[in-house]
Design a protein around this ligand. Structure first.
Ligand code: PLP
Length: 350
C-alpha cells in the first residue's frame, strides 16, 4: 500500500524556478522578481521590529495591513483576505470550492502551472482550454465547461497579455462558480479588473507583494472580494497564515505606493528597451504588460539558448510544454542586467 492518497501518487509536484543561494554571482531573470530593492520605509520597519511583535501570535486577519490596502486601493478593509503569498490564497480557493468532477477547475492555457498542481492535490477535475494564437479569451468554451472556479491570470504568465474587462464581465455573468482574476503582475499593467469585485459577488481579484513591491521573500499576497465570498474562504485558511514580520513590513510597503510606482515605471521603460533589443536580434517578442517578456528566438533552439545562458551565469525560464518549447520567458532586470543578457545572447547564438 502506498503511504499516499491515489491523487498524490498520480500527480507530479510543482517545479519552482531555480533559486540560487543569495550572493551567488548570477543574473536572475527566471522568476519575475523585481530587480529593485524593497521600499526603504519597509526596511526601516524591519530593522526596528520589537521582540514583543514576535512573542505574540499575529493578527489572524492582518487588519493593519488590510487598512493599508484599503487606503491604497480604495476598497473596504473587510473585503480583503490576506495570504502567505497569493499562492496561499489560491490554495484556499481550491480547498474551499473545488472537488472531483462535480466542482471543476477551469483555466485557459498556457498559464500559471500552480492552478493545475493545486487541483491535482484536491483532487478536482481540471478543464484546460487553449488560448488561440492571438490570446483572445476563449469565453464560449470557458462558459460551456461551467467550472466551480475559473482562473484567469491577467496579465497572464507566461504570455504577458491583459484580459479585457468586458471579457471578464461576460464570464462572471455567465458562470455559476467563482472567477479568480490573478493580478500578480498588475503593477506593470495599464489597467486592472479590481472594480469588477463591486459589480459581481463571484469575482475575486488576487494581488501579491512579490512582484511590484519587491517582496517575494516576505510571502504576502491578498484577495479582494465581496465579504459573502470571503466568508467561506476564512473558514478554510490557516488562522495564523501571515506572520507578524510580514504584517509589519508589508503594511509599510503598501503605504509606500510612490516608491512601488517609481520602480514599476523603471521596469516598464526597461521592458520596452529589452523587447526592442531582442527584436533587433531577430527574435519575436509578444507585447507584455508584465515584468517579463515571452520571446521566440529565430536562430538556435530555445532550450539550448537557455542552457547556454545558464553556463554564462544568466538564468531565464524555459518551459518544456506544448506551445512553449520554442520560447523563453525573460524577467525584465535592470538596464545593466538586460544589456548583459543581450550581449550573452549574441555569443550564445554563434
Ligand atoms: C508570481 C505569481 C503568483 C504568486 O505570487 P506569490 O504571492 O509570491 O505567491 C501568483 N500568480 C501568478 C500568475 C504569478 O506569476
Amino acid at each position: 500500500m502506498s503511504y499516499f492518497r491515489p491523487a498524490i501518487d498520480a500527480m507530479t509536484g510543482y517545479i519552482p524556478g531555480e533559486q540560487p543561494k543569495p550572493g551567488t554571482k548570477i543574473i536572475k531573470l527566471n522568476t519575475n522578481e523585481n530587480p529593485y530593492p524593497p521600499s526603504p520605509k519597509a526596511m526601516e520597519v524591519l530593522h526596528n521590529l520589537d521582540g514583543e511583535w514576535l512573542r505574540r501570535y499575529p493578527d489572524p486577519f492582518a487588519r493593519e495591513f488590510c487598512q493599508a490596502v484599503s487606503d491604497a486601493l480604495g476598497v473596504p478593509a473587510d473585503w480583503i483576505i490576506v495570504g502567505n503569498g497569493s499562492d496561499d490564497v489560491l490554495n484556499v480557493l481550491v480547498r474551499s470550492c473545488a472537488e472531483g468532477s462535480e466542482r471543476k477547475v477551469l483555466y485557459p492555457m498556457p498559464t500559471y502551472v500552480l492552478y493545475r498542481t493545486l487541483s491535482a492535490i484536491q483532487p478536482a477535475q481540471v478543464v484546460e482550454v487553449p488560448y488561440p494564437a492571438d490570446f483572445q479569451l476563449p469565453i464560449k468554451e470557458l462558459i460551456a465547461a461551467n467550472g466551480a472556479i475559473t482562473f484567469i491570470a491577467s496579465p497572464n504568465s507566461p504570455s504577458g497579455h491583459v484580459v479585457p474587462l468586458d471579457d471578464l464581465r461576460e464570464l462572471a455573468q455567465q458562470v455559476s462558480g467563482i472567477v479568480v482574476v490573478d493580478e500578480a503582475y498588475t503593477d506593470f499593467a495599464e489597467y486592472s479588473a479590481l472594480r469588477l469585485v463591486q459589480e459581481f459577488e463571484n469575482v475575486i481579484v488576487l494581488r501579491t507583494l512579490s512582484k511590484g513591491y519587491s517582496l517575494a521573500g516576505l510571502r504576502m499576497g491578498f484577495g479582494v472580494a465581496n465579504p459573502k465570498l470571503l466568508a467561506g474562504l476564512f473558514k478554510v485558511k490557516d488562522s495564523y497564515n501571515i506572520d507578524a514580520i510580514a504584517i509589519a513590513v508589508g503594511t509599510a510597503a503598501m503605504r509606500d505606493q510612490a516608491y512601488k510606482n517609481a520602480c514599476a515605471d523603471k521596469v516598464k521603460i526597461s521592458r520596452t528597451k529589452l523587447a526592442q533589443d531582442l527584436k533587433n536580434l531577430g527574435w519575436k517578442v509578444l507585447d507584455s504588460q508584465a515584468n517579463f517578456v515571452l520571446a521566440t528566438p529565430t536562430e538556435g533552439n530555445a532550450e539550448s539558448i537557455y542552457l547556454g545562458l545558464k553556463e554564462r551565469g544568466i538564468l531565464v525560464r524555459y518551459f518544456k510544454q506544448p506551445g512553449l518549447e520554442d520560447k523563453l520567458r525573460i524577467t525584465v532586470g535592470t538596464d545593466e542586467q538586460n544589456q548583459m543578457l543581450v550581449e550573452a545572447l549574441v555569443s550564445v547564438n554563434k
